[in-house]
Design a protein around this ligand. Sequence first.
Ligand code: COA
Length: 276
Amino acid sequence: MGLRQLGGTDGGWLIEPAPLDTTRFGLDVARLTVTRGPADPQSLIEALHQHPSQVLIGRYPAELTWVAAALQASGRDVLPVGGLIYWESPAGAVERVNSGPAGVDVVEAHEAANEPAGSAVAHLVDALVLDTFAGYGTHYRYNPLFDPAAIVAGYAEWARGCLRAPDCGVLVLRVDGEPVGLATLGPDGPDVDILLAGVRPSHQGRGLYASLLLTAREWAAARESQRVVISTQTHNVRVQRAWAREGWRPVDTFETVHLVQPGLLDRTTLTDRTDL
Ligand SMILES: CC(C)(COP(=O)(O)OP(=O)(O)OC[C@H]1O[C@@H](n2cnc3c(N)ncnc32)[C@H](O)[C@@H]1OP(=O)(O)O)[C@@H](O)C(=O)NCCC(=O)NCCS
């Protein structure tokens, strides 16, 4: 779900099934989105209390002070799994005053609709995502019910799917022709949303990521989008420093919580997973 939906102002809440998560993690998962506007805490509490899903992944604008208490009153275990922050930048062709580090370029990867599954480009995207995001502190990783290997495999599947989707783009960052990073992009109304973006650990800390940001802005401008948005967990200060350096601006914040059926998060599960 992109910023435009999350940042809605109809004052309602919505619970939707999450079939991909349900299959991937072997748990009945649904998603709750609370938007800005007139609040009805009692109806939310009742709906959460009655909902059959084992885990509800909830998102709400961070300034909605009533939501935390309503979630707690639902009788579910409330797991705070990190804030989400969005940053924005205007779409636009960028004058590259400094051409950036030598040998660096960004190319768009495609997979033809008639290509068999498991093409070379799909393998490449897989390898880049698995390497880059293996340790990424996504909200799923805070929940001991979710298998870390399945989380990153899910990101890889998501990025591979983007190769064939007509409204999605996959940018590959290369150094001297060697792929070292990627970004996946998709439209969200007049915005382009950067869905996943990163650089392999072996090539981090060299200022390479900026090339992906610049190319994403050009990609958006070529599709007549007005703005590019990107999000991360608030603890990811490192990537926000890169966004700030490139002139991006923070635009919105949300809380993410996992609302778990009582009894699932027992003491054993928790002590087993202090490595995360
Ligand atoms: C976050 C990430 C994209 C940054 O890419 P990068 O090419 O290493 O970025 P840069 O070299 O431009 O460094 C960005 C900032 O991190 C800092 N940094 C570099 N190495 C660091 C390290 N080991 N630890 C902490 N910060 C570090 C840099 O100093 C820079 O900050 P500054 O501009 O204030 O000096 C990359 O580390 C990554 O892919 N991480 C995993 C996936 C991820 O978090 N993606 C973003 C969320 S979708």
